[in-house]
Design a protein around this ligand. Structure first.
Ligand code: MV4
Length: 445
């Protein structure tokens, strides 16, 4: 069992990991940049180590400094959270070489899923439905023939991509060469890897992801889905579970497919399998090998502590529950509260003056902010998450409305008003939205 765990992250997820450790009797070590000396994750942890200057590349991404912090404090495990080093296979490999437990999947699975072409091939081999497309990487010379066989519109995607960079649609054969060249150029400069693949472009899908957990004893469980379709410029704004678009039969079927696939590849730990969902069909796009920002909506409908399970399986313990123990109860919605201008979405760093969070039945706040906290300009703009649970979607929406009304954050601009406005939208209230709905609605208001 792990005795002392180093949290290689900051903000609300660092607190989330600390809380799971405390309930498990594990001591915690916080790491922080010089910009975060006063941060809540540093105050709560049992020990802390300064690992570098504000720039993430010199602190939260600084592998030698983090390994050194483990050696100094005697930490025997590292939880990477999300972002930063969470999907860095080299980091996992270096920790293993130092006999430090990485709370996450194997180096091989991190690497495989990081390459979107390899991930797709692995999923096809494991029986998961994917978007029709090129069998592997495409050359400029082969592209037109492959695109013609897929049928237009075609989407050019970077193997090293994700998050929407290195992606271009070609609506017809005449537009393919330029779309591919542009996407390839973006991928080369953003990732240093210009391998590209082609897919049929789906026009109005929802983004639905399945949460799974796997232990080292061959047990794999699925924990239902999250609908993450409400997004702007590839930044998720609000997530919910269950998806308003799925029925029990569809949920059971995709859960069964995904569980079988994870068993087949021998996956370990928490994972999210991302799908586009259109006209009643699922199409795999990517897999995330980390705990995700929106994991609390799954925790609220299952009652299962995902971070605790991650830590258990990382030290070889079995999952604390079986598939038949998983009961999806009620409905949960998460709102991301970002310090940014509600219309331009430009980050609004500064000092939080008044900070009053809502409470009561079915309300959860995951945040590292407090009154007087100065939001540093160096990291992402999320200052917290409001997660609300209700017995059904209607109760959840009513509760979300009153929780948003109670929330007070002064001193910086936030996305609270955007969330309040969403609750007035008939399409949102009715669950009628796809991945383009929010951007289209914002463009027309
Ligand atoms: C797609 C797609 C339509 N058709 N693939 C965007 C980010 C990357 N991870 C996958 N993405 C998409 N892939 C096919 N074949 C549309 C998107 C997409 C998207 C997907 C999920 C959530 C939000 C999105 C916003 C724009 C485009």
């Amino acid at each position: 069992m792990i005795k002392k765990l180093l949290i290689a992250n900051r903000g609300e997820i660092a607190l989330r990991i600390h809380r799971a450790c405390k309930e498990m009797g594990i001591a915690t070590v916080a790491v922080h940049s010089t910009a975060d000396s006063e941060a809540m994750h540093v105050r709560l942890a049992d020990e802390s180590v300064c690992i570098g200057p504000p720039a993430a590349a010199k602190s939260y991404l600084n592998i030698p400094a983090i390994v050194t912090a483990c050696e100094i404090t005697g930490a025997d495990a590292v939880h990477p959270g999300y972002g930063f080093l969470s999907e860095n296979a080299n980091f996992a490999e270096i920790l293993a070489a130092h006999k430090i437990t990485f709370v996450g999947p194997s180096t091989e699975h991190i690497r495989e899923m990081g390459d979107k072409i390899a991930a797709k091939q692995a999923m096809i081999a494991a029986g998961v439905p994917v978007v029709p497309g090129s069998p592997g990487a495409v050359s400029d010379a082969d592209a037109a023939g492959i695109a013609a066989s897929i049928g237009y519109p075609v989407l050019c995607k970077a193997a090293a991509g994700g998050g929407g960079r290195g992606m271009k649609v070609a609506t017809d054969p005449g537009a393919l060469a330029e779309a591919l060249a542009t996407a390839r150029g973006e991928a080369r400069s953003a990732f240093g890897d210009d391998a590209m693949y082609l897919e049929k472009y789906l026009g109005h899908p929802r983004h639905i992801e399945i949460q799974i957990m796997a232990d080292a004893h061959g047990n794999v469980v699925h924990l239902g889905e999250r609908d993450c379709s409400l997004q702007r410029r590839h930044q998720k704004i609000l997530e919910e579970s269950p998806s308003p678009a799925l029925d029990d039969a569809a949920r059971r079927e995709i859960g069964r497919i995904v569980t079988k696939a994870m068993q087949k590849i021998g996956y370990l730990g928490a994972g999210t399998i991302e799908f586009l969902y259109e006209k009643g069909a699922f199409y795999f796009i990517e897999m995330n090998t980390r705990i995700q920002v929106e994991h609390p909506v799954t925790e609220m409908v299952t009652g299962i502590d995902l971070v605790r399970e991650q830590i258990r399986v990382a030290c070889g313990l079995p999952l604390s529950f079986r598939q038949e123990d998983v009961v999806l109860r009620g409905h949960a919605i998460e709102c991301r509260i970002n310090a940014e201008h509600p219309r331009t979405f430009i980050p609004s760093p500064g000092t939080i003056r008044n900070f009053h969070v809502p409470g009561g039945l079915g309300v959860r706040i995951d945040s590292a902010a407090y009154a007087g906290y100065r939001i540093p300009p160096y990291y992402d703009s999320m200052i917290g998450k409001l997660i609300v649970h209700g017995r059904d979607r209607h109760e959840c929406l009513m509760r979300l409305g009153r929780a948003l009304d109670e929330f007070v954050i002064d001193g910086v601009e936030t996305t609270l008003d955007l969330h309040r406005a969403l609750l007035e939208e008939p399409d949102f209230i009715n669950g009628n939205y796809d991945i383009h709905w929010l951007e289209t609605r914002l463009a027309n208001s």
